[in-house]
Design a binder for this molecule. Structure first.
Ligand SMILES: C[S@@+](CC[C@H](N)C(=O)[O-])C[C@H]1O[C@@H](n2cnc3c(N)ncnc32)[C@H](O)[C@@H]1O
Length: 633
């Protein structure tokens, strides 16, 4: 990353996301140091560049030239732009919204509103290699989906004519219809840079699950082979998305597709990964015992009876208890009778629980995770009704049931892992995460990303007050969280059901901040401040967290020292960051901050530049805390 010094000799914050090309040069230098050299850029600054001739020599005789010979590759018009799009650095930021958040001070979950391409760039430094599991459910390219317009898609005028839907910032969303000559290409160009950035966030043992249907599964698999590596393809899960027959009008289709796919790719190959087993993942607690041995109790679940004849058979009594109106059991009558006759079912607070013996699960301790998610896994009808129960009319057609995401989480995450969904829709992943945490005492943390796509003004969701999809997502997390917490009040009293709301926004800094050093210095002298007037200390603090690559969920504390507001971000013994953005900071405040020996300290450059006392910040820190990284903005 670029380093810029000010006149005071203190390094400036960058407030720009990492440049992907620079990161590639760095990776290249690690494998082939001789293929990286230095040269001067257009501004006369020394920069590191790849030495193509040196690289060619290193690979002599093993170089392909697709212009000269046929090569195996997957290309589409716009692919190079899509690759460049992932590498481009941006100056945007994430602005915090404590008033729209829940449990702002204590939660470790994040809800990010904005385009996920930008959000992924902004998360790069803070979450590099830290995310254990990513689940995404992108638009499937059905010909009706709205896709956010990346810069490379089309010219503005072309774009303006095509679309009618907008997000909160009035950016138009493109409806990718089949008549578009670049139908598949546009979708590939949309997903490619996002997956490329997502891969870098995965931990070494991380795994990504991608829901998709027949429209793009073939292209997605090729793209994933390229980005994650063919040998890191783990599986393609087939999920039964519906069991509702199509209406008669569609009877011309002789075969009715009722399944969708979930592509699974690991950061490393499955052979080198921990086996996916039930035991140990959920840390099951066999805390009861009878003459047959240790056992645990598991509630017999009810599911909405969606009116299929077969389901009526699932409405019967277990220990004289019936499912509630319109619901059915998730076990059959035979199983229930066997459980009753062997005394392996009991009622707790009026709800039936079955006994599951350790010895039975021991035998199946290497019970595989089958890639067939059909029957009893929950369909999208269940997903929709789960959402309806929490938020009312929502207009969502593509909601996943929590059961499948919970299952994926159960098999691939430990109790403290970070989970990401950057096409989060109604936030099913957050719901499933809280649900699993409540069941196994886990503290998995979620990061949801969702575009504030406006709801249709004629829709029921709009009439119910949900102006955009983020409002539905946030309402769902709030209500699901409260419900789960109430249900597990004694077993999971510390369950984290909060979330910090952050929104992708233009930089906090005025354009002058990003000008080449000399110009910016001249301009700065004539300006009151290089910070936009509407930005708060909290905005600046979050921009610093992003720039330093510090997790955005860390605890924050603000206090006043000698009249100046001082902000501390601290997770362990040593403060991660202490920042003071006040003008004219008294020397006593600098001394106090230095004496607390933070890993990083941030000030406003202008606080020192014109100050008559010319505090020698560097000297103070050299004396009290020589290892602190000091930066200014
Ligand atoms: C298929 S839905 C996800 C549904 C979700 N799995 C659920 O259960 O509710 C895809 C979501 O991605 C969102 N989306 C599309 N493009 C996006 C982008 N560029 N950034 C963020 N979200 C986007 C859409 O608004 C939509 O809500």
């Amino acid at each position: 990353m670029e380093n810029r010094e000010t006149q005071t000799g203190l390094e400036k914050m960058n407030f720009k996301t990492a440049d992907g090309i620079d990161a590639n040069i760095e990776k290249l230098a690690q494998i082939f140091p001789e293929a990286v050299t230095e040269t001067k850029d257009a501004n006369g600054k020394l920069v590191r560049v790849a030495n193509l001739e040196a690289l060619k020599t290193l690979l002599e005789g093993k170089l392909a030239d697709p212009n000269e010979q046929e090569c195996y590759e997957f290309i589409w018009p716009g692919k190079s732009d899509a690759i460049m799009e992932a590498a481009k650095s941006i100056t945007k930021t994430l602005r915090p919204y404590p008033e729209e958040s829940k449990n702002w001070d204590s939660t470790q979950n994040l809800y990010i509103e904005g385009d996920n391409l930008e959000a992924l760039k902004l998360l790069q430094q803070s979450y590099l290699g830290k995310v254990k599991m990513i689940y995404i459910d992108p638009p499937y390219n059905t010909g009706k989906d709205f896709v956010y317009r990346d810069n490379f898609h089309k010219s503005k005028s072309e774009f303006d004519e095509e679309s009618t839907v907008r997000d909160e910032d009035d950016n138009k969303l493109v409806q990718n219809t089949e008549s578009n000559g670049r139908f598949h290409s546009d979708w590939c160009s949309m997903i490619y840079p996002r997956l490329k950035l997502a891969r870098d966030l995965l931990s070494d043992d991380g795994v990504i699950f991608i829901s998709i249907d027949d429209n793009e599964v073939h292209n997605l698999r090729k793209i994933c082979d390229e980005i994650f590596g063919e040998k890191n393809f783990w599986s393609m899960i087939t999920w039964q998305a519906t069991n509702k027959p199509m209406n008669a009008g569609n009877a011309k289709y002789k075969i009715q597709n009722c399944t969708e796919s979930i592509l699974v790719y690991g950061r490393i190959s499955m052979r080198n990964h921990d086996p996916l087993i039930l035991e140990g993942r959920g840390a099951k607690n066999y805390d009861k015992m009878n003459e047959k041995g240790f056992y645990r109790l598991e509630e017999i679940q009810q599911r909405k009876n969606i009116g299929i004849k077969r389901s009526d058979k699932m409405v019967f009594s277990i220990l004289n208890t019936y499912p509630k109106d319109g619901y059915r059991w998730t076990i059959g009558v035979q199983t229930a009778r066997t459980l009753e006759s062997s005394n392996d079912v009991e009622l707790i607070n009026g709800k039936p629980y079955r006994k599951i013996y350790k010895s039975d699960e021991d035998n199946a301790s290497f019970f595989p995770l089958w890639n067939d998610f059909s029957d009893n896994y929950g369909t999208s009808e269940l997903g929709k009704s789960e959402l309806f129960d929490l938020v009312g009319e929502h207009g969502f057609e593509t909601v996943k049931p929590t059961s499948i995401i919970k299952k994926l989480l159960y098999h691939t995450t430990e109790k403290n892992d970070i989970i990401l969904d950057f096409f989060s829709g109604s936030a099913t992943t957050a719901h499933a995460c809280m649900q699993l945490n409540s069941e196994d005492g886990g503290n998995r943390k979620f990061i949801m990303v969702q575009l504030p796509e406006k709801t249709d003004e004629k829709s029921e969701a709009f009439k119910a007050g949900y102006k955009n999809i983020c409002e539905i997502g946030k309402a769902r997390i709030r209500r699901a969280g409260e419900k789960i917490k109430a249900e597990h009040a004694t077993t999971a009293p510390n369950l984290d059901i909060g979330f910090r709301v952050l929104k992708v926004a233009e930089s906090n800094m005025k354009d002058v901040y990003y000008s080449p050093a000399q110009t910016s210095q001249d301009l700065l002298d004539s300006l009151e401040s290089n910070i936009k007037e509407d930005r708060t200390d909290l905005d600046l603090l979050f921009a610093c967290l992003i720039d330093f690559g510090v997790e955005l969920s860390l605890p924050l504390k603000s206090e006043t020292i000698d009249g100046a507001s001082v902000h501390t971000v601290q997770s362990g013994e040593v403060p991660d960051i202490i920042a003071c953005f006040a003008e004219n900071i008294p020397e006593s405040v600098v001394r106090e901050i230095a004496s607390r020996q933070p890993l990083r300290a941030v000030f406003r450059d202008s606080s020192f530049k014109d100050s008559p006392s010319k505090i020698n910040v560097k000297e103070i820190f050299k004396y009290h805390s020589p290892n602190t990284t000091i930066k200014v903005l």
